[in-house]
Ligand binder design. Sequence first.
Ligand code: TYM
Length: 353
Amino acid sequence: MAKEIVLSGIRATGNLHLGNYYGALSKFVKMQEDYDSLFFIADLHALTTHPDPKTLHTNVKNIIAEYLAAGVDPDKATIFVQSDVPEISELYLLLNMHVGIGELMRTASFKDKARKALGIKTDKDEEDIEKEIIGNESNKRVNAGLLTYPTLMAVDILIQKANKVPVGKDQEQHLELTRRFARRFNSFYGVDLFPEPENFNFGGNAVKVPGLDGSGKMGKSEGNCIYLIDEEKVLRKKVMRAVTDEGPKVPNSPVSQPVENLFTLMELTSAPEVIQQYRDAYADCSIRYGDLKKQLAEDILKVTLPIRERILDIQNDDVLLARVIKQGADRARERAAKTLSEVREIMGIKKFY
Ligand code: TYM
């Protein structure tokens, strides 16, 4: 029986952090053993925020090195750069004909990015935000690429006919849209071309790795990240500075968000008995956050330091990186070209010569 197809990607916006690792990369490494796997660097998606061209190029290279360092194996999985597959850009145009502006404007990630770009406070209601985005004609900060971001992501997935897409919780709405677009295309043309892809987390729930600042998720734009490439000293310092509270005053107090975040990070990196020890210490008010942070830093370093060393080895091996990227591009293109030609045929775009 043919193996199920797995595809996932990470935007080329900077070094990879623990959120990327636990939400995506660590799953890539496990899934490549049992699935027909494709993992890529989304450099076109990064363009929505206008990165410096030199930095973009370096980021792509660094992330490939980080994939390899974390254990993605080019002999088991296809590793490629999105822009090396021009078929994606063509299918993006074709699929956009079946995507509504309204559904794109209602996407949480779009509203979030548009709000930030326009400096709109989050307490405004939906309609006000939409009016402000549409009404502000001179405002080019909210570009059309940002709006059609979910179409491009759907194309990445559909062009490879992927069944499973390992991503963090923040990407689930995009996956939902991808399924909707797949269904719509199939039913509009009466075909059974695209499978409906689903998230994958080895039977568990989608992951949301919190940041160190006591608030929401770990993210590059939030400045609250632990990077795989962080030096030991830097990493320890970041963890020791993580936001906590004054500590529990009465037994069995509810755990505040910032402290729960540290426990969540422990759940990802520490042994179950260690976590229990600190949970118990919290419950009986004997906990010392300094000790918890030291332990957490230690356990995170056990994961990141070996990866960091490999990144440093691989990062400057231009010959290896070029070979991996070229091999991946060839494989990914061949498969994408096949789907694109099917779509062209289905939509009536046929050659006359
Ligand atoms: P990106 O680059 O923002 O993030 C890459 C992956 O890391 C996960 N992630 C997290 N998971 C848990 N907790 C966090 N704090 C956290 N931060 C990031 C993301 O969920 C994601 O899995 N649109 C995508 C890139 C993309 C893509 C695709 C993914 C483009 N085309 C096709 C899958 C399939 C994105 O911006 O991810």
